[in-house]
Design a protein around this ligand. Structure first.
Ligand code: 3HB
Length: 325
């Protein structure tokens, strides 16, 4: 073979490699409702980097935070049609399709984020993921957590009666709706993207949230009391469209599941480690943080429990598992 023909062949080979890798590279779109600075968005970014690396460039992930692709309800629809490939979504939204997931929001089911994470990796919570393809057209890859829930108020709230008749922002789904109805509040459902403005223009005067939201959405500018009640866990679910899933071979499915679970599993220790510092940052903005516990809510917790024990047998199973933690 002369030199020119050899050179041509080598070039053709290179071109072929480039073309196949370009044709084979698949970009997965991943949506989130939380801002880019939120730990869930960071988990999504690092998951994307992991996947690109470990698939040898076969996959890349484009992350769309801050509700750029719409509300979580809209993203769930997009996942069903295959217009969206993946989402790290609140279990709250998924519970609107799979009501048994609501049991995860039982008040004081888990004491802290580490306990929450253990419970989410237990048999009952994991079995709930199995219902997702049939009921929501998505595959549940695994859970992570956000910080434990608290109440941020623009009014001084010293006891549970103080919440009566106040307009409290809630994440839109039944367990929390029931919780605030029992507390006598006027619950105002809205996604996290709308909370700052709602607080600023007086549409609400309190917010069901977590420390990270108070800090990263600068909610401390608009409300000066945090009731640090840790009253609920707040899981995130790693989702992939059942359509996208059906196009993947077993090796790629295993890789995507493993890498998603790995990054979601890092959330609980992250919150555990960072919460004291986040609280200190908020306090430095002249916010009064009051630690409250079960007693604060009086008999309201029993009322919630009675209601939800009737709604789903999953609650009893989760309480049983939680007692063993
Ligand atoms: C919420 O309060 O609706 C929310 C909080 C998070 C993450 C996602 C949603 O930390």
């Amino acid at each position: 073979m002369n030199k020119t023909r050899f050179g041509c062949r080598a070039l053709m080979c290179l071109l072929l490699v480039v073309l196949t890798s370009v044709a084979g590279a698949r970009e997965l779109k991943l949506g989130l409702i939380v801002p880019g600075s939120h730990a869930w968005s960071k988990a999504a970014e690092t998951f994307g980097e992991d996947l690109e690396k470990q698939s040898g460039g076969e996959y890349s992930v484009a992350v769309f935070p801050a509700g750029q692709l719409g509300s979580e309800a809209q993203m769930l629809q997009q996942l069903q049609t295959g217009a969206l490939d993946m989402a790290f979504m609140t279990a709250a939204e998924v519970a609107n399709r799979v009501p048994d997931l609501g049991a995860l929001f039982a008040p004081y089911l888990a004491e802290n984020v580490m306990e929450a994470d253990r419970l989410l990796n237990g048999p009952t919570a994991q079995a709930l993921l199995e219902e997702l393809p049939r009921k929501a057209g998505v595959v549940g890859l695994g859970y992570g957590v956000a910080g434990m829930r608290l109440m941020l108020t623009a009014f001084p709230a010293e006891d549970v009666q103080g919440i009566n008749d106040h307009k409290i922002r809630i994440t839109p789904f039944p367990p929390v709706q029931d919780f605030y109805r029992l507390l006598g509040a006027v619950s105002t459902p809205m996604p996290v993207t709308d909370v700052y403005d709602a607080l600023a223009n007086g549409q609400v005067d309190g917010v069901d949230a977590d420390l990270e939201l108070v800090w990263k959405l600068r909610l401390y500018e608009r409300a000066k009391t945090v009731l640090r009640s840790n009253h609920m866990m707040f899981p995130v679910v790693g989702l992939i469209s059942a359509r996208t899933w059906s196009q993947l071979d077993q090796d790629d499915r295993d890789l995507i599941r493993t890498l998603t679970r790995k990054r979601l599993a890092e959330l609980a220790p992250y919150y555990q480690k960072s919460q004291a510092e986040t609280q200190a940052q908020i306090e430095a903005k002249n916010v009064k943080v009051i630690e409250v516990g079960l007693d604060f809510f009086g008999d309201k917790l029993d009322q919630w429990e009675e209601l939800w024990m009737k709604k789903t047998p999953v609650l009893g199973e989760l309480r049983g598992e939680a007692a063993e933690l």
